[in-house]
Ligand binder design. Structure first.
Ligand code: PGA
Length: 252
């Protein structure tokens, strides 16, 4: 099965012109890779990317309103995203959780996305690790709340990204090891299997995200058990992104 590589551009680049340039470079650098590629761009650049042409890249958004319509100043609904041709949407990224997202809102976002045939990429991950391993229960709860009242048949259309908060972004305390990623990968499978069943858990891709780059991407997808990667900074450098895609498509 093809690995999934997601680029999360976050609030980058600074202008539409730069976004066009970056996306064109990304397109050049994906040639030869067999991985499934998704680019999650800021709302304001989604149409820009589409106009350039998505080719075999999946168009992704980084967030969505938890409400369907109405008086939500600044809100962007799942149906609006669907009408632009958006196929994927990151939900519950730790940066959004830190700003405002509650578990209940994340659950509503997932439901609205699924209703609009957009694949949610649910981010889960602990803020810190402790020796008593309470972080495992923390992540289990994030998944349980996110999946509340969602039928099993729909849960299989969700992608999960394990992103330990302490390993994300320029302020990361350190990078996760492939053993740490694997431990959580196995644990998440168990949690999802308890909610659904063994057959469905096999269909749900579990990605890793947090300071992954071309030096450790291969390890996360082999030793770490990840079905792919959610890349922040590494997705803003088209050459790096291309190298990681190549690594992903070379993994058997
Ligand atoms: P990073 O971001 O790769 O820059 O650490 C990952 C993410 O936040 O999705």
């Amino acid at each position: 099965m093809k690995k999934i590589i997601v680029g999360n551009w976050k609030m980058n680049p600074a202008s539409k012109k730069e976004a066009e340039k970056l996306f064109k470079e990304v397109k050049k650098n994906i040639v030869g890779s067999k991985a499934n590629i998704i680019v999650c761009a800021p709302f304001v650049y989604l149409e820009t990317l589409k106009k350039i042409g998505m080719g075999r890249i999946g168009l992704g958004s980084q967030n969505v309103s938890h409400l369907e319509s109405g008086a939500v100043t600044g809100g962007v609904s799942a149906s609006m995203l669907a009408s632009l041709g958006v196929k994927y949407c990151i939900v519950g990224h730790s940066e959004c959780r830190a700003l405002s997202d509650t578990d209940q809102q994340i659950n509503l976002k997932i439901k609205n996305l699924l209703k609009n045939k957009i694949t949610p990429i649910l981010c889960v991950g602990e803020r810190e690790r402790d020796e008593a391993h309470t972080y495992l229960q923390f992540v289990a709860n994030q998944i349980k709340y996110a999946f509340l009242d969602i039928p099993k048949s729909a849960i299989k259309n969700i992608i999960i990204a394990y992103e330990p908060v302490w390993a994300i972004g320029a302020s990361a305390t350190r990078t996760a090891t492939s053993e740490e990623a694997l431990e959580m990968n196995i644990f998440i499978k168990k949690v999802v299997s308890d909610i659904t069943d063994e057959k469905i858990v096999k269909e749900i891709p579990i990605l890793y995200g947090g300071s992954a780059d071309e030096s450790d991407a291969g390890n996360f997808m082999t030793l770490g058990g990840a079905f792919g990667l959610l890349l922040g900074r590494a997705s803003l450098d088209a050459k790096k992104f291309g190298k990681i895609l190549k690594i992903a498509s070379d993994i058997k």
